[in-house]
Design a protein around this ligand. Sequence first.
Ligand code: MN
Length: 287
Amino acid sequence: MRLVVYDDYRVGVLADDGVRDVTAVVPGWDPTPPQVFMNRLIAAWERLRPAIEEAAARATPRPLASVRLRPPLPAPLHIYAAPSNYYAHIAEMRGAPAADATTARELGFFLKAPGSICGPSDAIELPDRPGRRFDHESELAFIIGKEARGVARAQAMDYVWGYTCLLDITMRAGGGRNEERSLRKSFATFTPIGPALVTADEVGDYRALRVRCWVNGELRQDASPSDLIVDIPELIEIASATLPLQPGDLFATGSPPGVGPIRPGDEVVMEIDRIGRLALPVRARGW
Ligand code: MN
């Protein structure tokens, strides 16, 4: 199933004929911050799925083009992100072969601020930082379905509820500055996600997916998650050994090679087959 959040943060099932409103079935739905209704829906998914399917079947579809898509997961408690998780990306960043490099296996994860999330109808807004470079990183993201504490990799896929596209927008260290990674990746709008959350049963084997990213129509990234250094089960093992993972927690699996700069006026598109396509303009931040 594909779930979207749209207009005034209503919840819909994305079907072939459009968006079907299922908001009435979402427990404790409330569009005002902290907007944790999707987290609650995911936590109760097994019990609620039949009611969601029934409500979707009854609803009158609205054309996708007629709604404003919001981030499909507006407020995960955590955004875990894998650093240095494709050898070819490490090599391009250090300008040397990556065989002896430090990877996500040693580094574990970093956190992006959930407040940096934006959605498919938004823009990537670059702050005014003269001389600094801003990059796109297009990443397969997954969502945790139930509390995970000390989970071994053999059981870890049972905790994956679904998937989405994620752009990990990054201000590179440079110009004599080397701010913490969390700051450089947590500016408002620096975590576009969507267009939908796609349940794991609909995606199947994530290693067979293809992650692509274009800037102004030019293909920049084209990768397979089968090349991840630390795969999804091991990411869950590492993070859940650190603290309990919660339903709705979001993981960015790391950027493949091909990252490059973006500037105001550009358009960034990323697509993962079976998951969807995100297209956002880039502009200068107005505040
Ligand atoms: Mn990244």
